[in-house]
Design a protein around this ligand. Structure first.
Ligand code: ACO
Length: 404
């Protein structure tokens, strides 16, 4: 039989595929994505059914352990979420030394990397990959604590520690908003909307941050460091940072008198770098199935709470125009998952600079599972090392300093 891989290595041919539009970097059994038909499944379960029926903890278990949990498995996993929610007290001092206006994404990426120093089960010398279950639960639980602490620090309020009697989403909301002089009443509608949002973000095959986690991990780097790199990749406005960029864009349109048509024209102008944030996707060439669910959730929350957010009105106008405008139609530019999520976060009182942190919390199970899948795939285990097409000078004589 022909060994295609060694044949390709010998030929010296290089495929130039900027942005890796058509390059598969791995095989994966976690997420199935059909961008032409707007289908998204985790381990064969439709995203719509998971979002409707499950808790985020349940879906995280599915992504980490490949099957939905039984009652007992879920109870034990929830127990782990409680057990691992606290941070090492020494880590609390980290929060004192960031400047008050530090970006929560920077704090998150730094702190997740630092977790390795406090909980090194995954250290190759101590326990190559055996500590997976504990480390996965630890990361999932602690990212929520780090996220809430970074917010409290940014507003100068005392930290609120995790509680053993609250579920994953309630605990996060409580750590964010509870105050000694003003106890926070957790609204079930907010906890439920947050639960849905986290489920919808739990994995999304080989996107920029997940590919980063795999690439960094392919060098043998530990899970914490690999995920910290993924968080940095998520930060950018073309990826997870888009949810923040959407709200900033909608606010700018509002302050500009609500003239959204002007922004549509700007986005179409090829001499202007401006893009309509929250529109377009590398893989979806139809409505992002996650955006469909979030749009509905967004309308429900607004109606229920009788919130009238002018940003939502502008968002709906933009969506309507983009639906019929030839520029957007011919390029298949539909609203993506980030288009509506920011509006829901705003309604919950979550500040704009925390939006991408929320995305990171949701994506944590996916990053862990993708890293593990890579590590377990012994047959294809190779360090990620893309090639390039050299476009520089041909060899030339060295020029001594005095002649330059
Ligand atoms: N506004 C205006 N034009 C756009 C937009 C947009 N939001 N997105 C793509 N286009 C145009 C491009 O200019 C290009 O036009 P051309 O063919 O005339 O040159 C065409 O549509 C194809 O776009 P690409 O940049 O090739 O698409 P790519 O797959 O590389 O990028 C991306 C996808 C990054 C999501 C892009 O659509 C974008 O920048 N969107 C805005 C940012 C955003 O919402 N990001 C979140 C993505 S979802 C997520 O990360 C969870």
């Amino acid at each position: 039989a022909i060994d295609i891989r060694s044949l390709l290595r010998q030929t010296g041919y290089i495929t130039l595929d900027s942005g890796f539009s058509n390059t598969g970097s791995c095989t994966s059994a976690i997420t199935y994505l059909d961008g032409a038909n707007g289908i998204l499944d985790y381990y064969g379960y439709a995203i719509e059914e998971l979002a409707e029926n499950c808790s985020f903890t349940e879906v995280a278990y599915l992504i980490l352990h490949k099957e939905l949990p039984t009652y007992d498995q879920l109870e034990s996993f929830k127990h782990d979420m409680v057990r691992f929610a606290l941070l090492h007290e020494d880590m609390i001092h980290f929060f004192d030394h960031f400047p008050p206006n530090a970006s929560p994404m920077s704090i998150l990426s730094t702190s997740v990397n630092a977790l390795h120093n406090y909980y090194p089960e995954m250290d190759e010398e101590l326990d190559p990959y055996g500590g997976y279950t504990v480390t996965a639960a630890r990361l999932l639980s602690k990212i929520r604590t780090i996220a809430a602490f970074s917010y409290k620090k940014s507003i100068g309020h005392p930290l609120v520690y995790p509680s053993a009697r609250l579920n994953y989403c309630e605990n996060f909301l409580n750590m964010m908003f509870d105050r000694p002089n003003l106890p926070y009443r957790i609204r079930p509608e907010f906890a439920s909307a947050l639960n849905k949002l986290l489920i919808l973000h739990a994995d999304h095959e080989q996107n920029c941050s997940t590919s980063t986690v795999r690439l960094v991990g392919s060098s043998g780097c530990n899970l914490y460091a690999s995920i910290s790199a993924g968080i940095s990749a998520l930060w950018g406005p073309l990826h997870g940072g888009a949810n923040q960029a959407v709200v900033k864009m909608l606010e700018a349109i509002l302050h500009d008198g609500g003239d959204f048509r002007k922004y549509i024209e700007k986005a179409k102008d090829k001499n202007d770098p401006f893009r309509l944030s929250g529109f377009g996707h590398r893989v979806y060439k139809t409505f992002d199935p996650r955006a469909k669910i979030i749009k509905q959730s967004c309308a429900e929350i607004m109606n229920l709470l009788e919130i009238n957010d002018p940003l939502l009105d502008i968002a709906l106008e933009l969506e309507e125009i983009a639906r019929t405008d030839d520029y957007f139609v011919s390029r298949n530019l539909y609203p993506n998952v980030d288009f509506y999520s920011g509006i829901i976060y705003r309604a919950m009182g979550i500040p704009t600079n925390m939006f991408t942190v929320m995305f990171a919390m949701g994506r944590m199970p996916g990053w862990i599972a993708q890293w593990t899948e890579m590590v377990e795939d012994k047959e294809n285990a190779r360090i990620g090392r893309p090639r390039q097409v050299y476009a520089g000078n041909t060899r030339r004589p060295f020029v001594p300093m005095k002649d330059r």
